[in-house]
Design a protein around this ligand. Structure first.
Ligand code: DLL
Length: 437
């Protein structure tokens, strides 16, 4: 049997031209739905002189106005609903960068679509009804827990709804219930793996884990290798966002060559974040999504602020969908330190290659005498703690040099004892920017 399982071959492996026709038909319906029911869309389309009938091809998408996270804040909570409030059966939310969360309303149709997208996601990582799936994403307003749960239930797998946290208990359940697949953030997968090793367990002998679906935060190829080694599994990247559906908007198959986008439900574009013009496949830029089957709070040209590349090259798994690369950062988590753009993932990719330090780090930006400073706080491994001061000093200088050559700036490196940076059970906090205070 091929290692590639496909949940919905009809949609996932559809002829590309046929899918484009389906997308256009669904896009036209969605544009009309928005124009007729959501005043802000109508106003913005009128301002650009566009009527729903003007969308005659997929290329016409570029003439539609964008929607932004700030709009979700401005029209909070229900100003962007295209369906009557009585049709909304679920609310999810995500923490905004400022005080208030943003919320999205889902009709039963939207929950069903999202559930199928997550069923496709888990299947692509090898899940069947024989699997025991531990969901260690948080349950609640965050879409991770319920999203993975719904998808796993749809496949008919046995679901262990652990939510995040309580690491020792998570591991006990994995052992006792013979868990085969794990869903959580990559940082929590690392913590689980480290704890499993500290407990003296050998995942290959003591656990039955075979794969995991990890996402919700940026991670690197090197971090994938570490998680796969620590847990003895295949680690697949999964992507999603509350505004579009939740986890499962795109997912990696076991080829691990980028995330397949569920193109029968969303259209992905890459734009230049400055000129806002669409960019061709293969060019990095900002990811923009248009939902084409949602009915509660559909989104036309939602600017994610996530940076990546799209490719339509064939994948060995047989799916015909466009894939997105790992995210290389966000247009808005990028820190500018003394004029140089700094992404946390750049620092991470340096650290995961150095065995003496854990890939757990915190970037602290500050401003001293009008000049920006960047401190990189990193944890040493327990072994390094017994080394001489000279060894630790050498290591520090080595990391400084690496940062200088990869990122292009001088940073202060602070090496800390193991476990001194607070571990996250959800999304890891990688950046503290004191300059904004
Ligand atoms: O994080 C949904 C999700 C849950 C995805 C579980 C995957 C797994 P939000 O809380 O709305 O939704 O945050 C969405 O998280 O715009 C990205 O910046 C980031 N993000 C999500 N997945 C990935 C990933 C969920 N695989 C925001 N790699 C997105 C990097 C990711 N960043």
């Amino acid at each position: 049997m091929s290692k590639h399982l496909i949940y919905n071959p009809e949609m996932e492996c559809m002829d590309i031209e046929q899918r484009r026709e389906l997308q256009l038909e669904r896009l036209q319906k969605t544009v009309k739905l928005e124009y007729d029911n959501v005043p802000v869309y109508r106003e913005r389309m009128d301002a650009k002189g566009i009527k729903p009938e003007d969308i005659r091809s997929l290329d016409d998408l570029q003439y539609l106005p964008f929607i932004e996270k700030t709009d979700l804040r401005d029209y909070f909570p229900f100003g962007l609903l295209a369906a009557p409030q009585s049709e909304i059966v679920r609310i999810h939310g995500s923490s905004g960068t400022t005080g208030k969360p943003i919320v999205s309303g889902y009709t039963q149709n939207d929950v069903d679509i999202w559930t199928e997208m997550m069923a496709r996601t888990l299947t692509a990582a090898g899940a069947t009804k024989e699997d025991v799936i531990q969901v260690a994403y948080g349950y609640g307003l965050f879409t991770g827990g319920l999203g993975a749960h719904q998808g796993a239930s749809k496949i008919g797998s046995m679901v262990i709804p652990m939510s995040s946290g309580n690491t020792q208990r998570q591991i006990m359940m994995m052992q006792d219930l013979g868990v085969t697949m794990l869903c959580c953030t990559p940082s929590y997968a690392t913590l689980l793996g480290e704890t499993i090793r500290e407990m003296g367990l050998d995942p290959k002998k003591d656990l039955k884990l075979k794969a995991g679906c990890f996402g919700a935060e940026p991670w690197t190829e090197a971090m994938r290798v570490r998680i796969e080694e620590l847990l003895g599994i295949d680690a697949c990247d999964i992507y999603g966002l509350t505004e579009i559906a939740g986890p499962g908007v795109s997912f990696e198959c076991l080829e691990k060559q980028g995330m397949h986008i569920n193109e029968d439900h969303v259209i992905a574009e890459i734009i230049d974040p400055v000129t806002e013009k669409p960019l061709p496949y293969g060019t990095p830029g900002e990811l923009v999504f248009t939902t084409i089957t949602k009915t509660g709070m559909p989104m036309l040209r939602y600017r994610t602020h996530d940076l990546c590349t799209l490719t339509n090259e064939k994948c060995a798994c047989g799916r015909t969908t466009v894939r997105m690369s790992r995210l290389t950062g966000r247009t808005d988590d990028m820190m500018v330190i003394r004029g140089v753009n700094v992404f946390p993932t750049q620092i991470e990719s340096i650290l995961v290659k150095i065995s003496e330090v854990a890939p757990t780090y915190l970037l602290v930006a500050d401003r001293v005498n009008s000049s920006d400073t960047l401190e990189v706080r990193i944890e040493l491994t327990p072994d390094m703690m017994s080394d001489t001061v000279a060894d630790v000093e050498n290591l520090k200088n080595y990391i400084k040099d690496q940062i200088k050559s990869v990122v292009g700036i001088a940073a202060t490196v602070t090496l800390l004892p193991p476990k001194s940076i607070p571990r996250s059970e959800g999304k890891a906090k990688r950046v503290i920017d004191n300059r904004k205070l």
